[in-house]
Design a protein around this ligand. Structure first.
Ligand code: HEM
Length: 468
């Protein structure tokens, strides 16, 4: 491993000029391009293994600076975050998400964060626990009807669940009633597909080339705009924003965008924000749950402990917010699933001015990558890193693991706004499923991680259901 030179994170040590990070030679470009297109997790893992905690990868016309030490992550994401904008991949996603909270920068981002963050306060999310539990119960009831039958597309089921939760918790809307869940899920697939295509081809294929993928992307974008327009007009028609208690995201956005002098700008902001929240909030939570169910299936001892905890804590009632504290083991399992399979597997940034990270020079404009997937498997901080072991997150155990060795929700000012909602949903659903059902992966069908904007299971996770 490349050691971090003490005192050099974010600066140079007296008299020692910043170094250029090591990395694969130019002649490795064809292999790197192939890995970028087909196996991005291998690309990052191999780079960290072969070159250490700071790697410079020249791939075609792009030079990527990849940092894989907690101190580096802290510097880029938190301490010197003012020097970094969102980078490769997210820049492409902006074509679909516009300037929503995830992709905007500067003053616009600060204003949006001030508008949206209050809805995600701990106290308010706690007040939504009942709605999350009801949606989870709907999922469990659906799965129960499939017990003993053919395999279920768990990814699709979880996507339906998480979109349903977002509709009700944030927008005060039943997306199902608009028949929108399938449409929105499919539209986001097309958007991700295009964003990843642009990333892996390093944006070298012009957008006017009439590829079927491009056409699908444009159709998907129009579809998302239509759903969002329906949500907003329905909300206004029913006077949603004028109710005194209306403090959901939609009402806050309607009020805040109304203040825009140009109504067209206001409408666009609203669209960008809603599309962003729907994307950022549903894929990540569905991915967390999918990987957790997959891992639990492979570890029967963990399943038994989970089930015992769910029965002891919940009995046969729905979970309440206060149960989160008591569902300790379930929380540990979710945390460990997010360690091995972080839904946001990469945090891309672009350096505005030149910087020095861990003693290494980063030029202005450089593409900088922090990769939770490799950081979460860094052997210096995670003994036996590939082993699934929820005990690592035992709140009673002391650990000297640095805080920035674990970043499922990012870090610094761009930390996930929805972390509490996402965790509550994942813990409730995992407890409610294991309490009464046992999901088993279909034998002979490999489960392969596919790093898109979020870390998904390639071709969806198929599992059979039986009662536990
Ligand atoms: C387990 C579930 C979730 C995970 C693992 C997750 C992870 C993350 C991560 C890593 C980031 C930082 C991205 C970066 O720095 O580039 C982020 C940002 C964000 N997340 Fe989440 N997220 C989850 C759930 C949610 C939910 C439920 C919502 C909303 C409904 C949400 C909305 C957002 C938004 C809007 C941002 C951008 C924040 C900003 O830049 O100010 N997330 N999320």
């Amino acid at each position: 491993m490349t050691a971090v030179v003490p005192g050099t994170v974010g600066g140079t040590r007296d008299g020692i000029p910043p170094r250029v990070p090591p990395g694969p030679p130019r002649r490795a470009t064809p292999r790197l391009l192939k890995d970028l297109a087909t196996d991005r997790l291998r690309l990052m893992s191999t780079a960290a293994r072969n070159h250490g905690d700071a790697v410079r990868m020249a791939i075609g016309p792009k030079v990527l600076y990849f940092f894989n030490h907690p101190d580096h992550a802290k510097h880029v994401l938190a301490d010197n975050s003012a020097n970094y904008h969102k980078g490769i991949g997210l820049v492409q996603a902006r074509r679909a998400l516009g300037d929503g909270l995830l992709t905007s920068e500067g003053e616009l981002w600060r204003t949006q964060r001030r508008t949206i963050q209050p809805v995600f306060q701990h106290r308010r999310i706690a007040g939504k626990a009942g709605v999350v539990a009801e949606e989870a119960a709907r999922l469990v009831a659906r799965l129960r009807t499939k017990a003993g039958g053919p395999p279920v597309d768990v990814t699709a089921e979880l996507t339906g669940l998480t979109l349903g939760v977002l509709g009700r918790t944030l927008l005060d809307t039943d997306l199902d009633a608009f028949n929108s869940i399938g449409t929105v899920g499919a539209a986001f697939e097309a958007v991700q597909d295009q964003a990843m295509f642009e990333m892996v081809t390093l944006s070298m294929v012009p957008q006017w080339v009439p590829l079927p993928r491009q056409r699908r992307f444009r159709r998907a974008r129009r579809e998302l705009e239509r759903v969002v327009a329906t949500l907003v007009s329905e909300h206004l028609r029913t006077g949603g924003d004028t109710r005194p208690e209306a403090d959901d995201v939609l009402s806050r956005l309607v009020r805040s965008t109304r203040a825009e002098p140009d109504p067209a700008v206001g409408r666009r902001r609203m669209r960008d924000e809603l599309v962003t929240l729907l994307l950022a909030g549903h894929e990540t939570t569905a991915s967390t749950l999918g990987w957790a169910l997959y891992l639990v299936d492979r570890h029967p001892d963990v399943f038994e402990r989970l089930r015992a905890e769910a029965v002891a804590v919940l009995g046969d009632r729905l979970p309440e917010h206060g149960d989160l504290r008591r569902l300790t083991y379930t929380t540990m399992v979710v945390q460990e699933a997010m360690r091995l399979y972080p839904p946001v597997w990469i945090l891309p940034r672009q350096a505005l001015a030149g910087d020095v990270v861990g003693g290494y020079a980063v030029p202005a404009g450089a593409d900088v990558l922090v990769c939770p997937y490799t950081l979460h498997r860094h052997p210096e901080f995670w003994p036996d890193p590939d082993r699934f072991d929820p005990e690592r997150f035992d709140p009673e155990a002391t650990t000297d693991r640095p805080r920035y060795a674990y970043l499922p929700f990012g870090a610094g000012p761009r930390f996930c706004v929805g972390s509490h909602l996402g965790m509550m949903e994942a813990v409730f659903v995992l407890a409610m499923i294991t309490r009464e059902l046992r999901l088993t992966a279909v034998p002979g069908r490999p489960v392969v991680a596919e790093p898109m904007l979020s870390l998904r299971v390639r071709n969806g996770l198929a599992m059979t259901v039986r009662t536990a």
